[in-house]
Every structure is written in C-alpha cells, then in structure tokens.
Design a protein around this ligand. Sequence first.
Ligand SMILES: Cc1cc2nc3c(=O)[nH]c(=O)nc-3n(C[C@H](O)[C@H](O)[C@H](O)COP(=O)(O)OP(=O)(O)OC[C@H]3O[C@@H](n4cnc5c(N)ncnc54)[C@H](O)[C@@H]3O)c2cc1C
Length: 394
Amino acid sequence: MAEPARVVIVGAGLAGLRVAEELRARDYRGSITLIGAEDRPPYDRPPLSKKVMIGELDDTSLRADMDSLGTDLRLAERAVGLGAGVLRTDQAEYAWEALVLATGANPVTLAGSGPQHVLRTLDDALKIRAVLTQGTTLAIVGAGWIGAELATAAARRGCHVTVLEAASTPLASAVGADIGRVTIPWYAEAGVELRLNENVAAIEPGGIALAGGGWVSADLIVTAVGVRPAVSWLTGSEVRLDNGIAADGQLRTSVPNVFAAGDCASFWSARYQRQLRFEHWDVALHAPEVVAANVLGGSTEYDPVPYFWSEQFGRMVQYVGFHGSADRLIWRGRPTDAKWAACWLAGDRLVATLTVGLPRDLIQARRLMEAGGLVDPAKLADAGIAVRDSGIAG
Ligand SMILES: Cc1cc2nc3c(=O)[nH]c(=O)nc-3n(C[C@H](O)[C@H](O)[C@H](O)COP(=O)(O)OP(=O)(O)OC[C@H]3O[C@@H](n4cnc5c(N)ncnc54)[C@H](O)[C@@H]3O)c2cc1C
C-alpha cells in the first residue's frame, strides 16, 4: 500500500504512543488519531509498582509535549467495534487507511463481593498508595512480578503484608519454580509473610476466604494474578484473536492494513518458531518501530530476543530470552548470594538468562542469543568466566 493518508491508533499507552512517534520519525506527514480509554495522556506503567508506590514519583508521563507530535489525541474514549475501514468508539466513528491496535491488557479479578484493588493504571496506584500507611494490613493475591514489587513497596511503607500464592513457589508461571524457590527467603527478609499453596475462594468484605476454609483479614486487598489482553471489543470482527490479537512476523493482523503491538498482540517469532505474546515494556517500546515501518509500506520483521526486568526486595532481576520447562537450567554463582545468574539451554544453545544484580551478564547473554546462542555449557556454568567467553561461533 502507498503511504496511508489516515492512521488511527487504538490505545494511548506506551505502544500506541510509540507508533505515533515512530511514524513521525519516519517523516510521515498524514493524519494520526490516537484514541485512549483512560483520561490521561500516555504514561509509563513500570514505576507504578516501584517509585510511585513508595512515594518518590507521582507523574510518569511519557511525553511532556504531546502537541509537538501532531496527533489528534482522543482521551476518555473507548473503541467498541471495527468495520471495513471504520473504527467505532463510544463517541464517534473514524475512517482509517491503516489501523494500529495497541490496547494493552486488563488485570484479572477474583470472585467475591469484597473490595478488591488491581494495579494497572496510575489511578489504581494512587488509590492503593493512599492506604499504604504505617500499620495497614495488606493482603496481596499472587506472588508474580507485580505482587512481589507491591509487597516490597508496602513493607517499606510500614505495612503488614501477606502474599497469598496458589503455586508452591513465587514466579512459577513467569519463570518456573526453580527460580521462584530461590526468591522465597526474600519475602521473609523484608518482613513479608508469604503463604504458598493457598487458593483463594473469594474476596469478601474485610478479608479473603481461602479454598481450604481459612480466612485472611486485611484492610486492603490487591489482586495481582495476571492480565488478559484487552481485546473483547474485537470479538465478532474480522481480526483473528488467539491469545490476544494474532499477528504475523511483521505485526500484521488477519485484516489488511491493521497492525497490532504491545501487551495485546501475539506475533509469529521465527527465532522461537512459535506464536508469542509478551507483557514486557521493552516489546511495547520497540515493536512500534516495526509497525510504523510497515504501515508506511515496509516489510520489516519483528523478532526480538525479549527482555524484562523487575525490582523486588532490593534486587534488580532481569530476564532475557524465552525458555520452556524442557530447557536445561544452569546456575552461575550461588542463588543464595546477592548476585547470581541462571541460564537455560536447549541442547548447547542458550535460550534464556535471568540475572540478579548482574546487568553485564544479562547484556552479554542477550548478544550471544542474538548471534545464535551456541555456548560451551561448562564455561557458562563458571561464574569466573565472562558470559560472552562461553560463546561458540556457529
Ligand atoms: C504496575 C506495573 C509494573 C510493570 N513493571 C514492568 C517492569 O518492571 N518491566 C517490564 O518489562 N514491564 C513492566 N510492566 C509491563 C509494561 O508496563 C507493559 O508491558 C506495557 O505498559 C505495555 O504497553 P501497551 O501500550 O501494550 O499497553 P498499556 O500500557 O496497557 O496501554 C494500553 C492502553 O490502551 C487503552 N485501551 C484499552 N482498551 C481500549 C479501547 N477499547 N479503546 C481505547 N483504548 C483502550 C488502555 O486503557 C491503556 O491505556 C509493568 C506493568 C504494570 C501494570
């Protein structure tokens, strides 16, 4: 397609904003409409469970001067349906020649009639923070990334924190039980009570009813059990949905000139030979470069070695790559120490690395994986040898 005269972007989060920025960076002069359901201009989410929660930051706006981008920014407006060349919102209809779907994800909530918070928006964060004062009893359901970060901040603010986790370790579904097990002592060190193998039956007024019959009282309950792609409004449209919006390796959906990026989109990865969807800031940052190039007639592939970080219990945890349960785990250093790394191998190929306090290992692992990932496992397991020196050309 020749350069479209009108681009409409749905979702004014990081991915949506970045598509607009990348279009302008490529000298696109046509019209861009950026539609967001929230009533705020685009802002950053990672600080919400970190600096915002401890009170060091209130404003996480992504761009000080939205006007300079030359977009028609429609806030507090929600897309509700998609027809041929027309997007319907709860307030208007927009004709598009290219459409970008970047609606992110919505937190899962649990059954029950009690007040239940989630942490996805700045408003969510400010509401939770307002209650996190000395002595508040906080119960968090879910020991995933966000549960752990919120527990860190709440403990620092002097709250009594209990984290309930259905699995036998934290982070089990995120990176696997081997790593999660290592993080168990981090909770106790921070004065946080971690209760594993606890299934929640319902969130009730004043506390949580456990499936086993127990009861956990709390002043504030935050459910942090994961998110689902925000795509229900596309049901019945021509856009194929499969674990979010199904896109190909160029981030094109099943409908011509409709693209998808960020938390809402899965994409075909030639690198991993499968359809993948990530809820990573780095993906929402960089996938829009590819979307913008392809909106403007390119045929660029998006196939990253994905990257994620988390700051919890005074530690910087970083993860790069993608591994499955069949991949072989190799430790670098002792996981009881302050700094260590874990690497996953498929055969002799490095497919993922998690580091705690070792950003250099992480960067080197990423480069190795980008170059194909063949390594000498014995060297990789030796923390005295630089990660990059474990690589084998091939
Ligand atoms: C508290 C928190 C901490 C995080 N920390 C980290 C971290 O440490 N490291 C990391 O890598 N990642 C982190 N993430 C994840 C990262 O922030 C996300 O991957 C990233 O925000 C995804 O960007 P996005 O633009 O795809 O989606 P979003 O940021 O969710 O933006 C999508 C926007 O679309 C809007 N929208 C939805 N439906 C519609 C509709 N129908 N019409 C119009 N607008 C709509 C939404 O309201 C939202 O504003 C964190 C996320 C949260 C919530």
